[in-house]
Design a protein. Sequence first.
Length: 558
Amino acid sequence: MGVRQKIRHLQRYRDIAHAFVRSGFGYMVEELGLPSSIPFTRRHDSAAESSSRTIGERIRNFLEELGPTFVKLGQIASTRPDLIPAEIIAELERLQDHVAPFSYEEVAAIIESELGAPVEQLFASFDETPMAAASIGQVHRAELPDGTPVAVKVQRPRISAVIETDLDILSELARLAESRMAWARAYRVGDIIEELARALRREMDYTAEARHMEKFAALEETLDYIRVPGLYRTYSTRKVLTMDYIEGIKLSERERLDREGIDRKQTAERYATAILHQILIDGLFHGDPHPGNVLALPDGKLALIDFGMVGKLSPEMKRHFASFVIALRAQSTEGVLRSITRMGLVPDEADMDALRDDVDELRDKYYRVPLHEIGLGEAIRDLFAVARRHSIRIPVDMTLLGKTLLTMEGVVASLDPTFSVFDVAEPFGRRLLRERFDPRHMAKEWLGHVPDYIDLAQEIPAKLREVAAFAKKGKLSLEITAPELEMFLRKLERISNRFTFSIILLAFSIIMVGLIIGSSLGRPDLLLWKVPIIEIGFGFAVIMFGWLLLAIFRSGRF
C-alpha cells in the first residue's frame, strides 16, 4: 500500500469515527479501539447519544453522511429482513443518495475512454444535463446516428477506487468487531459485510446488468404487455450502458395515472402477474421492482427498467420454496421444518424444540384463515423474524425474493386496495403443484440422479477396504451421536429407495418399449399356449411398480 493510499485510508477511518460520534454511536469508537489506533481521533461525546432519534434513524443518518458506498450497502442491506429488524429496515428503505451530478466534461471523457470515440461521433445528439443522478452513476438522454432515442448510463468517475477503499476499511472494522464483541461474532458481521460487498461489486459492473436485460427480454414473448428496454452492445461496457429510451409514468404517480386514463386495477394485475411469473416460472426476477422502476405506458403495457439487482432461484430452491408454501398451507409444522432444513439454513447449534414451537405459533396464527385475508407482507415478516431469532441464515436470493414480494404487495395495494395478490398467485400455485408431481418431471429428475448412485455404488468397495485397513491397524474411531446416526440412516434409506425406484422405472420403460414394438409389428403369435404373456407381464409390472411407489412414499423417506 502506497503512502498516498495509507493517508486516504487514515482520513477515511477518521471520517467513519466522527460519523459514529455524530450519529450517537460514539461507544462503537471506543469498543473498536479507534482512538488508540488512529491519530487525532477524538473520544466520543456522550451527549450526542442522548438524541431522541430512533436507532434506525441514526443508522440511516450515519450511512448518508459517509456517502455512496455506505448508502448503497444500506440499500442492499434493506433486502435482508432475516438479519435486520423491521424498524431498521424501514429506515434503510428511505436512504437517499444526495449526490450532485458530475460534469458533462467528465461524462464525455469516460464515454470516449470506454467506447473509443468522441461523443459527437457516437451520437447524433446527447443531452448534457442528466435525467437522473445517483451514487454510482447518472443517466443521459441521447440519439443514435439513425435517430433512435436511447438512455445512456455512465458510471461516476473514480467511484470504483472510493468504493474499494471503503470496502477494505469495512472488512477491517468487521474483523475488529468480531474480535472484541460477542454480538458481532454471533451475527458473523464479517460474513455479512463480505456478502454485501459482493452484491455492490456486481452492481458496479454494467456488463452484468446488460446480461440481465438480455435475459429479461424473453419475458416479452410470454407476457405481451411487458416491455424491457433493448440493449445496444456496441455502445456498452463495464462503465457505460446504452439502452432504449422509454417514456412512461411511474407507478408511484397515481394522480398522473388517473389523469392519463390508465386502468389502475388492470395495471396492478399485470404488475403482480409479471413479478410472480418471474419468480415461480422463470426463476429469474427483478430484485427491486419499486414504483420508480416500473413505468406505465399509454397502450397499457408496463416497462421494467434498472436491472442492477436481480434474483435467481435454482430449480432445487424453487422446489424447496414450493414445499415450504405447501406445508404452510397444509398446517404442517414438520413439513415447514423439513423444507427449511433441506435448504441448508438451520445452524447445527439451533434449538430445534424452540424452533418447532415458533413454527407452531406461526402456523396457528394463519390456521384456517382464508387465503385472501392473509397479508403476504406480514407473513413474510413473521417468517424472517423467526429466522432471525434462531440465527437461521436464509440464502441471499431467498431474502431478495421476500423483499420483492413485500415490494409487490405494497405497489399493488397503492394502485388498487381491493386487489388480492392471491387471486393472481393461485394459478401459479396450481401450476407448480402439477409440475412437481408430473410423472414425466419426476422420472426425469430421478433418472438424472442415477449416475450419482452408480458412482456411489462403485466407491463403496474402495471405501470399505479403507475402513477395513484402519480397523486392522486399530486406528478406527467411531463418534456418531444418536441424532446424527438417525439422520445418516434416513439419508441412506432415501438414497436406496430412489435407486431402487430408478431401476424399477427403467425396467418398466423397457417393458413399455417391448410392448409398443410388439404391437407395431402386428404379430398375432405373441401368445404362448394361448396366454398373452407380454400383456400379463406388463400388467404385473404395473402392479408391482404401483405397490413399490406407494410403499416408498408411505415410508416418508423419498
